[in-house]
Design a protein around this ligand. Structure first.
Ligand code: NAP
Length: 248
């Protein structure tokens, strides 16, 4: 099993892409920490699903990634329960789709707080156990919006482009500690986030994608597992588009 005995924190893993990453990592042998902001029922459903498969090394942790103290408490609880942190997947993110002219200051701040400061909080809280072992994997979930300008996603694209910058810098700062840092840049993936698009908008997006369909959470989770495993050990500082060709 690719991640046997490893411990992974996956932020925002009660639903969507994060949920599938948590499931795939658990199936690959990892102890998983399922973080979420408010959807306790959904998080418990993921835990029950894993337990039904005999995968019992699951810790639920409620806390918003933009809450520094909560993220420190999550890292502490993870080390107490599983003895360390090997993998951090910074998946939690929000999309408030608006043209810049319509974006209110608090919406701008909220996007930055969750999508960027949240990542800073989680990395800062989780780094020490990785540095001590001289080994670790950080996988940031960015977006195709960071690579190509999608109208109506100004704040979101800004945060994801920032995340790409952080990924590249950190890959160099942490390479000496045996820690790799990469970002996944999903295109349109079938989750609650894309369920907000009406039929007309969805059709417009299909037309823009060379493979003519949205991706599935599994398409992202497969790459996250690969990068987190020994098979991904020589890949760092990369922004990997998984988008049906959208960004080409
Ligand atoms: P989603 O279906 O909306 O699920 C979001 C998950 O993140 C939920 O588990 C949610 O938990 C959690 N979350 C939200 N805010 C949080 C916070 N402040 N702290 C902790 N957890 C929080 O989203 P998704 O589509 O799976 O997207 C996951 C990631 O992929 C995001 O970073 C997104 O930007 C990126 N992405 C998605 C797509 C796409 O097409 N879906 C494309 C490109 C990139 P609660 O329910 O408890 O709030």
């Amino acid at each position: 099993m690719l991640l046997q005995g490893k411990t992974a924190i996956i932020t925002g893993s009660s639903r969507g892409i994060g949920r599938q990453i948590a499931i795939s990592m658990a199936e690959a042998g990892a102890n998983v920490v399922i973080n979420y902001r408010s959807g306790t029922e959904a998080a418990e459903e993921v835990k029950s699903l894993l337990e039904a498969k005999g995968l019992t090394n699951v810790l639920l942790f409620q806390g918003s990634v933009d809450d520094k103290e909560a993220m420190e408490a999550m890292a502490k609880a993870t080390v107490e329960r599983f003895g360390g942190i090997d993998i951090l997947v910074n998946n939690a993110g929000i999309l408030l789709p608006k043209f810049l002219m319509m974006t209110k200051p608090d919406e701008w701040d909220q996007s930055l707080n969750v999508n960027l400061t949240g990542v800073y909080n989680c990395i800062k809280a989780s780094l020490r156990p990785m540095i001590e072992r001289k080994c670790g994997r950080i996988v940031n979930v960015s977006s195709v919006a960071s690579l190509s300008g999608i109208p109506g996603q100004a704040a979101y694209a800004t945060t994801k482009a920032g995340l790409n910058g952080l990924t590249r810098v950190l890959s160099k700062e942490l390479a000496g500690f045996g820690i790799t840092v990469n970002a996944l840049a999903p295109g349109f993936i079938e989750t609650d986030m894309t369920a907000i698009f009406n039929e007309k908008k969805t059709k417009e997006y299909y037309d823009m994608i060379p493979l003519k369909k949205f991706g599935k959470p599994e398409d992202i989770a497969n790459m996250a597992v690969f990068l987190a495993s020994d098979q991904g050990q020589y890949i760092t500082g990369q922004i990997i588009a998984i988008d049906g060709g959208l960004s080409v």
